[in-house]
Design a protein around this ligand. Structure first.
Ligand code: HEC
Ligand code: HEC
Ligand code: HEC
Ligand code: HEC
Ligand code: HEC
Length: 544
C-alpha cells in the first residue's frame, strides 16, 4: 500500500501542468527557463583537452586515436593552448582566432559599454542589466534575481555562469536539471549526454527533452544564432534603437555559414569524423550524408529562409508590444527594425539613393532590407516554375506594402503580413532541409547570386550578404575576398586589441574588440555602382 506522503507526491505531480519538452518549445519563455544552468567548470574535465580519463577516451571513440568530437572545445572557445603541467607557460594566444563569445560579458565593462552606460543613465551598471545580459551571457535572464533598481543582484557579479559570457550553454542549451522542484522533467543533458550510452544516435527530439538544442539541423542552428544576432523578443533579446543611439555597434547582417567560418571552429564537420564512427552512426540512425556542394547550397537557402522568418517574428512581436516589459524597453515604431540608412545618411547631390528606386514609397523608411535579400533568392530557387517565381511568394510584397502604406506602416496589417511571412518561410525551410537540391537548382543558386549582384541597386548590408554567399560557394580565401570586394567590410573578427581583466583573478587577457573605425567608414563610403562593377567582372570571368 502506498504511504500518504507518496500519494500526496503523486497528486502534486499530477496537478503540475504537463511540460512541453519539444525542440520548438525551448525557444518559448517556459521552455527557456525550465532548467538550471551549470557552470562551465563542470564541462572542463572532458572538454578541455589535456585531461582525459580512459573511460572518457573510450566514450569519445578514442582508443585508437580516432574521435567523434575534438575534446578540446573549451580551449578553442577560450583561445588558449593546452599545457602538460601547471608550471609551464601556455603559448601566446592567437588573436586571429579569438572566439568573441568568450568575451561577451567582459564587453559589458569595456570602454564602449561604459560610454553607453553614461548615455543610458546607468553608468558602470550595464554588466548587471538584463537587457544586455540576455545576449551577452548564456543565462535565461528571467530567472536572475534582481535588486530594487531592476539590476541583477551584485552577488551574481562574480558568478562564472555570468562572467563566462556566451559559453557552451548559450548555443547548446541550458544543461542542468529542472529549475522548479517537482517539475516533471527528464534530467538535464549536462549529465545525460555522457551518462546515456545511446546519446550520440538519439533523435534530436529526444535530446531536446533533456534541454539540448539541436545544432546539427540547419534550421534549428540558425534559430539559435539569430536569437542573438538578429533578436528574439520572447527570450528578451532585443537591441533597441535606444541602445544603438547610445553606441551599440550596428548588428551586421547574418549569414550562417559565413558566421560559422568566422568563429574559431571547435567541432568536426561530419565528413571530418572518423569513417568507422560515421558508419556506425549511419547504421544506427539511418541518416545518409549529403554531397558537400549540394549541402552548402541548401544550407545557404534554409538559413536564409529561417533568418527572414525569425526577423519577421521579431518585427511582429515588437509591433504588437509582446516583448517582456521588465526586460526590453521598446516602443513601436521601434526604429531599430527600420532601415538604419534610410534615416542616417547625408543628403547628397546626385546621391545613389535618389536614383535607386528602392522598392517602397519615396520618403518612407522600409524595414531593414537585408533579411529579405537571400530569402528572395531561396524563394526563387525553390518555387519550381517560372510562374511561381514571379509571384510575391513568402510575403515580401505584403510586408513591404504594409510598411510604407502610411509612415512607419499600418501596424495591424504589418503584424498580419509579418506573421504570415514568418510561418510560410519556416514551412518552406523545413521542407527544404530534408530534401535534395537538383543540379539545376544548385546552378540557380549561383545564377541567382550573380543576378542579385549585377541587376539591382543593393544596399550595403545586402551587398555584404551577396558577397559572402558568393565567396562561400566559391571557397574564396580571405585574400581573394579582399581583392574582389575591397569596398566591403567582410572580415568581422578584425578589430582593435584591448586588455580585459579575467574575472575572479588579477590577470588580464588580450581580446579583439569591434572597432567602429574599421566597420563604419565603408558604410558611409559605399557606392552600389562599384559593387555592381565588381560582380560584372565576376560574371565576365565566369563566362570566359
Ligand atoms: C564526463 C565527461 C563529460 C563531461 C563532464 C561533459 N561532457 Fe560533453 N561530451 C562528453 C562526451 C564523451 C561527448 C561525446 C558524446 C558522443 O560521442 O556522442 C560529449 C559531447 C558533448 C557535446 C555534443 C553533443 C551532441 O549531441 O552532439 C556537447 C555540446 C557537449 N558535450 C557539451 C558539454 C557541456 C556544455 C558540458 C558541461 C555542462 C559537458 N559537455 C560536460 C563528455 C563530457
Ligand atoms: C546568447 C547569444 C548568442 C548566440 C546564441 C550566438 N551568438 Fe554570436 N555573438 C554574440 C555576442 C554578444 C557577440 C559579441 C561578443 C563580444 O564581442 O562581446 C557575438 C559574436 C559573434 C561573432 C563575431 C563577429 C563579430 O562581428 O563580432 C561571430 C562570428 C558569431 N557571434 C557567430 C555566431 C554563430 C555562428 C552562432 C550560432 C551557432 C552564434 N554566434 C550564436 C551572441 C550570441
Ligand atoms: C539581441 C542581442 C543583444 C543585446 C540585447 C545586446 N547586445 Fe551587445 N552585441 C550583440 C552582438 C551580436 C554583438 C556583436 C556585434 C557584431 O557582430 O558586430 C554585440 C556587441 C556589443 C559590443 C561590442 C563588443 C566588442 O567586442 O567590441 C558591446 C560593447 C555591446 N554589445 C554592449 C551591449 C550593451 C551594453 C547592451 C545592453 C544595453 C547590449 N550590448 C545588448 C548582441 C546584443
Ligand atoms: C556560438 C555558439 C556556440 C558556442 C558558444 C559553443 N558551441 Fe559547440 N557547437 C556549435 C556549433 C554551431 C556546432 C556544430 C554543429 C554542426 O555543424 O554539427 C557545435 C559543435 C559542438 C560539438 C560537436 C558536436 C558533434 O556532434 O560533432 C561539441 C562537442 C561542442 N560543440 C561543445 C561545446 C562546448 C564544450 C562549448 C563551450 C566551451 C561550446 N560547444 C560552445 C556552437 C557553439
Ligand atoms: C526613422 C528614422 C531612424 C531610423 C530608421 C534609425 N534611426 Fe538612428 N536615429 C534617428 C534619430 C531621429 C536619432 C537622433 C538624432 C540626433 O540625436 O541627432 C537617431 C540617433 C542614432 C544614433 C546616435 C546619433 C548618431 O547619429 O550617431 C545612432 C548611432 C543611431 N541612431 C543608429 C541607428 C541604427 C544602427 C539604426 C538601424 C538599426 C537606426 N539608427 C535607425 C532616426 C532613425
Amino acid at each position: 500500500m502506498r504511504s500518504i506522503a507518496a500519494l500526496l507526491l503523486l497528486l502534486t505531480a499530477a496537478s503540475l501542468p504537463a511540460q512541453d519538452t519539444s525542440c520548438q518549445a525551448l525557444f518559448t519563455r517556459t521552455g527557456f527557463t525550465q532548467r538550471t544552468s551549470l557552470p562551465i567548470g563542470n564541462c572542463g574535465d572532458c572538454h578541455s583537452g589535456s585531461t582525459q580519463s580512459p573511460r572518457v577516451a573510450a566514450r569519445l571513440g578514442n582508443p585508437g586515436g580516432s574521435k567523434w568530437i575534438r575534446g578540446d572545445e573549451i580551449l578553442i572557445w577560450l583561445g588558449e593552448t593546452s599545457v602538460a603541467d601547471a608550471s609551464q607557460t601556455p603559448a601566446p594566444r592567437d588573436l586571429s582566432a579569438v572566439d568573441r563569445h568568450a568575451q561577451a560579458w567582459t564587453s559589458l565593462r569595456s570602454t564602449t559599454a561604459e560610454q553607453m552606460g553614461v548615455v543610458l543613465g546607468k553608468p558602470g551598471q550595464l554588466h548587471r542589466d538584463r537587457a544586455c545580459l540576455a545576449c551577452h551571457t548564456s543565462l535565461p535572464v528571467y530567472n536572475l534575481e534582481c535588486e530594487s533598481d531592476g539590476l541583477i543582484s551584485a552577488a551574481l557579479e562574480s558568478d562564472v555562469r555570468l562572467t563566462s559570457g556566451v559559453s557552451c550553454e548559450g548555443c547548446h542549451g541550458t544543461s542542468g536539471d529542472a529549475a522548479t522542484q517537482g517539475a516533471d522533467l527528464p534530467n538535464g543533458w549536462g549529465t545525460a549526454h555522457f551518462a546515456l550510452r545511446n546519446w550520440r544516435n538519439m533523435p534530436p527530439d529526444e535530446k531536446c527533452r533533456h534541454g539540448y538544442l539541436d545544432v546539427r539541423s540547419v534550421a534549428s542552428r540558425t534559430k539559435i544564432c539569430v536569437s542573438c544576432h538578429v533578436g528574439n523578443a520572447e527570450l528578451g533579446r532585443v537591441v533597441t534603437h535606444e541602445m544603438y543611439a547610445a553606441g551599440h555597434p550596428p548588428l551586421p547582417p547574418f549569414e550562417l555559414q559565413t558566421f560559422e567560418q568566422q568563429m574559431p571552429k571547435h567541432w568536426r564537420e561530419y565528413h571530418e569524423k572518423p569513417e568507422l564512427l560515421r558508419q556506425e552512426f549511419e547504421a544506427a540512425t539511418g541518416l545518409k550524408p549529403a554531397d558537400p556542394a549540394e549541402q552548402q547550397a541548401r544550407e545557404l537557402l534554409v538559413s536564409a529562409l529561417i533568418t527572414w522568418s525569425e526577423s519577421m517574428k521579431l518585427t511582429a512581436d515588437l509591433a504588437e508590444q509582446k516583448a517582456p516589459q521588465e526586460l526590453v524597453r521598446s516602443e513601436w515604431p521601434e526604429f531599430a527594425q527600420f532601415d538604419c540608412y534610410a534615416c542616417h545618411h547625408d543628403l547628397r547631390h546626385d546621391g545613389w539613393r535618389q536614383q535607386a528606386q528602392i522598392k517602397g514609397h519615396p520618403g518612407r523608411p522600409r524595414l531593414i532590407p537585408w533579411p529579405a535579400t537571400l530569402a528572395e533568392l531561396a524563394w526563387n530557387v525553390t518555387s519550381s516554375t517560372p510562374e511561381a517565381a514571379a509571384t510575391p511568394g513568402i510575403g515580401f510584397a505584403e510586408v513591404r506594402q504594409a510598411t510604407v502604406s502610411t509612415p512607419f506602416g499600418d501596424t495591424r496589417e504589418l503584424i498580419k503580413a509579418a506573421r504570415a511571412a514568418a510561418a510560410s518561410a519556416e514551412q518552406i525551410a523545413s521542407r527544404l532541409e530534408t530534401s535534395t537540391l537538383t543540379p539545376q537548382q544548385q546552378q540557380a543558386v549561383t545564377a541567382g547570386l550573380l543576378n542579385a549582384g549585377t541587376a539591382a541597386t543593393v544596399d550595403y548590408d545586402s551587398a555584404r550578404q551577396i558577397a559572402w554567399s558568393w565567396l562561400l560557394l566559391n571557397s574564396a580565401t580571405a585574400d581573394e575576398q579582399q581583392k574582389l570586394f575591397p569596398q566591403l567590410f567582410l572580415q568581422l573578427h578584425q578589430g582593435r586589441a584591448e586588455s580585459d581583466p579575467i574575472p575572479g583573478s588579477n590577470e588580464t587577457v588580450t581580446v579583439i574588440r569591434i572597432d567602429p573605425a574599421l566597420s563604419l567608414p565603408p558604410i558611409a563610403g559605399y557606392d552600389p555602382q562599384s559593387f555592381r562593377a565588381a560582380f560584372e567582372t565576376i560574371r565576365k570571368s565566369q563566362s570566359e
